[in-house]
Design a protein around this ligand. Structure first.
Ligand code: ASP
Length: 352
């Protein structure tokens, strides 16, 4: 793929690479009035402050910026590849990305970038940079300030994060919960990593500790033969059977009620049992935004334990489905995959 590279500023002791993938941030209205991404060159003109930040800034742009609803596995590989290729030359990375799938991409990149010890901050905007009330400028500038924040040459942040609306969240804990306010993202089960007020206040105990010794190793093997099955009252046997019975499908994120509860009907439990006997992995996550799956707490989840459904604890659906894709792609041994699904790999769940 041919990337477009733009140098914005050569001065400063920290260097940040901005990876522009698209999203509302840089969109303009097309002839039909619909929002579509445009090139980053025009974005720079709209944020003259970028030249005054005292940070060495370079932008690599996807050749065809995308609406993040179109993001796919190759895009994740491209983002990871750009970071790997440029890792030694930059102190930090800011990924401009659409908000719709930002939590999925931030989760997947958290898994792919093994040994990461530099900041990778995803940000975007709810309104295009060209709109007068846009949140794009603030989000980008604060994300750059956070990315370049360091103490005695050590970055304060050494993980994949989402910065949005004055708050820095752990990427694999974030979720887009609102589509029409600037406060689009939350991280209900993990504390906010930093708040941008007059000063940027970092929540040091919540940040992943920096490891000077670690070396980046990109793992880009992903297996997309997974699905999400959200249960609801009245869901029918033939629908469940057809989803779980797909021959190619290897892993299912089962979105259940509350603390991991499902209906206990015999047909439903047998469908799950059959899928597990066929070698499929079922990971139980809650439909609730906060809290966690506790299989066995209620009679309605005890059977799931008995048949070998795995508990996803307090993981988000976004982090769960990307974790399944990542582990199915990178790990050949099924019992190791199952073991890793119930443990935290990069801080995506509380269970260690
Ligand atoms: N559809 C847009 C995208 O995800 C929405 C946004 O960026 O806010 O690319």
């Amino acid at each position: 793929m041919k990337y477009k590279i733009v140098n914005i500023n050569d001065l400063g002791d920290q260097s940040v690479l901005i990876i522009y993938t698209g999203g509302t941030f840089g969109m303009i209205q097309d002839a039909s009035g619909a929002l579509a991404p445009f090139n980053f060159g025009k974005v720079v003109d709209r944020v003259p402050e970028l030249k005054q930040l005292g940070i060495k800034l370079t932008v690599i742009s996807f050749p065809k910026p995308i609406d993040s609803s179109n993001v796919g596995i190759q895009d994740w590989k491209d983002m990871a590849y750009i970071i790997e290729e440029n890792y030694s030359q930059y102190d930090a990375f800011v990924i401009l990305h659409g908000t719709d799938t930002m939590a999925y991409s931030a989760s997947m990149l958290s898994y792919m970038l093994d040994g990461l010890n530099k900041p990778v901050i995803f940000t975007g905007a709810q309104m295009p940079i060209g709109s007068i009330r846009s949140d794009a400028r603030e989000n980008l500038i604060a994300a750059l300030e956070i990315a370049s924040a360091h103490v005695e040459g050590i970055p304060i942040v050494s993980e994949v994060c989402v910065y949005f609306n004055y708050r820095l969240l752990r990427g694999c804990r974030s979720q887009k919960l609102r589509s029409s306010t600037f406060a689009a993202f939350e991280s209900e089960n993990y504390p906010v990593l930093a708040e941008a007020g007059i000063e940027i206040e970092f929540n040091y105990p919540a940040l992943r500790p920096h490891n000077t010794e670690s070396r980046l190793k990109v793992n880009n093997k992903i297996d997309a033969d997974v699905t999400i099955l959200k249960i609801f009252p009245g869901i029918t046997e033939h629908i469940v059977k057809s989803v779980l019975g797909d021959d190619k499908m290897k892993g299912i994120v089962l979105e259940t009620y509350g603390s991991g509860n499902t209906m206990k009907s015999d047909w439903f439990i047998s469908c799950l049992q059959r899928a597990i006997n066929d070698g499929k992995i079922i990971l139980n996550v809650s439909q609730c935004i906060g809290g966690e799956v506790e299989q066995g707490r209620y009679e309605t989840s005890k059977k799931l334990n008995d048949i070998g459904v795995l508990s996803g604890g307090d993981i988000t659906t976004e982090a769960a489905v990307t974790k399944l894709m990542f582990l199915l792609g990178s790990e050949a041994n099924y019992s190791k995959i199952k073991d890793k699904l119930t443990r935290s790999l990069v801080g995506e769940m509380d269970i260690e």
